[in-house]
Design a protein around this ligand. Structure first.
Ligand code: PLP
Length: 394
């Protein structure tokens, strides 16, 4: 297990969050329970009860029916199920019509959405339009809707971006698609600090992942609205509505249910604290020379917990090494200018020019002390690195 020393000053909640105490309680007790949730005997049915209880909790927290939730191993599986499952479901329904189905997505989606779409394109199963964001990372709903054609079978747009925290108006996209046969998928993996609402957003599919809001890693869900044609991605014993085969991890699912419920119920208070923590960091780090804040400037258009920065004069590898050495756990990426190879596709799509991208992200357990410490680490490390040449070789 990770030691407290290794955790250091944790500012990487967009990558993974600590498990909430209530979730830990479920994991501690439930992990000793034996029984396959699909078994008809009492031991299996006892586990099944936890699964169905979690389904109810998640459904009432995010505005859908319990029967519309398919548990997955996390966000990547949920996104793959939504993208491939809905495209193949539409293809099966339209069999024989002979035209290539079309997918609309954005250039700033997580690879868990982009890669399955690119894979389908490479196989000649679909063609796709990748709508670009504005310079702040927000994708305009009008641009997404303008890309939809008669052949479009799927529109997939993230509720909030994982690199810069830009929030997209998915409700406007959902409303604009109500009279179009295309299915609408929303990757809401980073969006639990927003009011996630399957019904109000008019989505056909939505992805969540437990480890982004205080649940365990290895469990998430894909909401698939009733009546939506979907093909399975995993074939086997036909568990979970026949859509997602595989024995259900009852205790992980129970813990996920508690995490969703707690994250949603505690959202207003948590968001206020998280935004205050992030603002302290934004003010301190954003004021440094050669550092620019990325993403939307207005608080309404961004996630409360992500502070995204572009840094001049430091190589991303050297920055990561130096921050980590000083105890600051953050996410460092290449931007798209000098020195860095393989720029971050999100920053590239936004046209952000810098040597390094730095994401400091905060969540339910973050405190003002974390903000002060991480700001101190960045303020100390960046000028020292620059004075030493920035970590560029040659
Ligand atoms: N979608 C987004 C927006 C994400 O940020 C992530 C993870 O960072 C994923 C999908 C993948 O989720 P998971 O790590 O649970 O597979």
């Amino acid at each position: 297990m990770t030691s407290p020393l290794a955790v250091g000053t944790y500012a990487d909640h967009a990558a993974d969050t600590p498990v909430r105490p209530a979730v830990l309680n479920v994991l501690r007790t439930a992990v000793e329970v034996v029984g396959n949730a699909s078994a008809a005997h009492a031991a299996g049915q006892a586990v099944r009860t936890h699964v169905e209880d979690a389904r109810d909790r998640v459904a009432s927290a995010i505005g859908c029916r319990p029967g519309e939730i398919v548990f997955t191993s996390g966000g990547t599986e949920a996104d793959n199920l939504a993208v491939k499952g809905l495209v193949w479901g539409a293809a099966a329904a339209a069999s024989g019509r002979g035209e290539t189905p079309h997918v609309v997505t954005t250039a700033v989606e997580h690879p868990a959405v982009l890669e399955p779409i690119r894979w389908l394109v490479e196989r000649g199963e679909v063609d796709a339009t990748f709508v670009r964001p504005g310079p702040d990372g927000v994708v305009a709903a009008a641009d997404v809707l303008a890309a939809v054609t008669d052949r479009t079978v799927l529109v997939s747009v993230m509720a909030a971006n994982n690199i810069v925290g830009a929030v997209n108006d998915v409700a406007a996209i959902g409303a604009g698609l109500v009279d179009h046969p295309a299915k609408f998928h929303v990757d809401a993996v980073q969006a639990m600090h927003l009011a996630v609402d399957v019904a109000a957003w008019n989505v056909d599919a939505l992805s969540l992942s437990g480890h982004k809001f205080g649940g365990p890693t290895g469990v998430g869900c894909c909401v698939l609205r009733r009546g939506v044609a979907v093909e399975s991605v995993l074939h086997g014993g036909g568990q979970d509505r026949g859509v997602r085969s595989g024995s259900m991890p009852g205790w992980l699912i129970a813990a996920f249910g508690v995490a969703v419920e707690e994250a949603v119920a505690g959202r207003p208070a948590e968001v206020a604290t998280i935004a205050a923590v992030a603002d302290l960091v934004r003010d301190a780090v954003g004021a440094l020379d050669g550092v620019r804040l990325l993403g939307p400037t207005s608080a309404e258009a961004r996630l409360p917990g992500i502070v995204s920065l572009a840094l001049d004069g430091v190589h991303p590898d050297a920055l990561l090494f130096a921050l980590d050495g000083a105890g600051g756990r953050a996410s460092v990426g290449a931007a798209c200018a000098s020195g860095a190879t393989g720029g971050n596709p999100v920053l590239e799509a936004m046209g952000a020019e810098a040597d390094s991208g730095l994401r400091l992200s905060f969540g339910w357990s973050s405190t003002a002390a974390d903000a002060a410490r991480v700001a101190e680490v960045v303020t100390d490390v960046v000028p020292r690195l620059r004075a030493a040449g920035g970590g560029f070789v040659g």
